[in-house]
Write a protein that binds this ligand. Structure first.
Ligand SMILES: *Cc1c(COP(=O)(O)O)cnc(C)c1O
Length: 407
């Protein structure tokens, strides 16, 4: 018999939650750097910021809030979201489903990836009480129905593709049915659906509130064209946060457009759902890196695009930065522009920034890089052996105002 193994590429982060376990108050980032002098990237989770962002979203949004787990599946983060009242989770793989079910026996899990394996559908339904599945094709509808018993009544959600929006990352090329197909899928699914829904995703970090109005109107047209009753309109994720070069409208502006467009639909039987990721967790995570070498305005640091800083690479995201020198309160003003090289040997492991730091930044200094709670820890790889990191919980506020602001 051959040996068959299945393993996760990236092991869970090393937890060193507290230096003094008897001390209930969380430390600050600076205290942790002074105490640990971390030679590996140190991920700093801010549970208070995450819980506050979740609370603010839930109270501003007139519907059910599902957290998009892929954005940051770290258990510490998921627990902070639960603290903030999140009870629904948008999962895209069976591993995400298992993780959420293990942490929260009472959570409502929704399988919102339009392409799933038969095995994943089966396991999600049988073992983890997942009842909602998204689809954007006739083939996927047939697959879901073929896997489940003939008398099963799953929640079936049809994902609609959207024209270009103001999103930094557009997903409609990969997923989404045309309006004609979506209307047909709704009509076909109705007879077998315990509940029927329409879903869309405007794309991540969408700076334009009007993108939701356009998408909700399109959803309304699809629902009317289908001729069947629909119970849920899922307006997806994509809600933006602030970065040093992006200052999006406040969350309230997006939620107001959604309110207006929903009212205009005039379909009171249709309930609203949203699937935010970034908006709930971006400000809740930073990474502290150490400078290993300086060449003029380029700093070689110990984390990079194969670690927590993927979006600073190809997507050229800029993140807020802050120099930390334990014992020195007199670090200069952040008035010089730097670029970063990550630790791997790959030429693509470069982050142009610019990232603002004091002009005398040098080898041995630590730098806190903020707003990486979304798509930071979750995109880490083990490439080139640079997969070690520490994880700590801290009491600091977010490095930029975001999400947690009352709306
Ligand atoms: C990634 C994703 C989300 C979350 O997107 P954010 O931009 O992080 O809010 C929500 N829904 C779907 C279907 C996704 O793929």
């Amino acid at each position: 018999m051959s040996l068959i193994q299945s393993r996760a590429v990236v092991e869970p982060l090393v937890h060193r939650l507290s230096l003094r376990p008897d001390e209930p108050k969380l430390p600050s980032v600076d205290e942790m750097v002074a105490a640990l002098r971390p030679a590996e990237p140190m991920h700093c989770i801010r549970p208070g910021v995450i819980a506050a962002s979740a609370f603010a979203f839930r109270h501003g949004f007139k519907g059910e809030v599902l957290y998009a787990v892929k954005c940051n599946p770290e258990p510490t983060v998921l627990r902070a979201l639960w603290e903030g009242g999140i009870r629904h989770f948008d999962c895209a793989s069976i591993s995400e489903v298992q993780l959420v079910r293990r942490l929260f026996p009472g959570a409502e899990i929704h399988f919102m990836h339009p392409v799933k394996s038969r095995l994943a559908i089966r396991e999600a339904w049988d073992l983890h009480h997942v009842r909602d599945f998204v689809l954007d094709s006739e083939e996927e509808l047939e697959k879901i129905l073929a896997v489940l018993e003939p008398d099963a009544r799953p929640g079936l959600f049809v994902r609609i593709g959207l024209p270009e929006t103001g999103a930094s990352i557009n997903l409609s090329k990969k997923f989404g049915a045309t309006p004609d197909l979506a209307a047909r899928l709704l009509a076909m699914a109705r007879g077998r659906a315990g509940r029927l829904g329409v879903a869309f995703h405007v794309g991540s970090q969408c700076l334009e509130p009007e993108a939701w109005r356009t998408a909700i109107r399109l959803s309304g047209e699809v629902i009317r064209a289908s001729g069947v009753r629909v119970e849920v309109l899922d307006v997806g994720g994509g809600f933006p946060v602030a970065y040093p070069d992006m200052d999006p409208p406040a969350l309230g502006a997006f939620l107001q457009v959604i309110d207006e467009a929903y009212a205009e639909l005039d379909m009171p039987g249709v309930k609203l759902w949203a699937e935010p990721g970034r908006a709930l967790v971006a400000g809740g995570g930073s990474v502290v890196v150490q400078v290993q070498l300086r060449k003029e305005a380029m700093l070689y640091i110990n984390d990079g695009v194969y670690g927590a800083l993927a979006d600073a690479g190809a997507l050229n995201f800029r993140f807020p930065t802050r120099l930390i020198r334990p014992g020195h309160n007199d670090v200069g003003a952040p008035d010089a522009a730097f670029g970063f090289f990550g630790p791997t040997c790959d030429a693509l492991d470069v982050m142009e920034g610019p990232f603002m730091l004091p002009a005398d930044a040098k080898e041995g200094d630590w730098i806190e890089i903020g707003q990486v709670g979304a798509y930071g820890t979750s995109l880490r790889t083990a490439f080139n052996g640079f997969d070690r990191a520490l994880l700590v919980e801290v009491a600091d506020p977010a490095m930029l105002e975001t999400g947690g602001k009352p709306v």
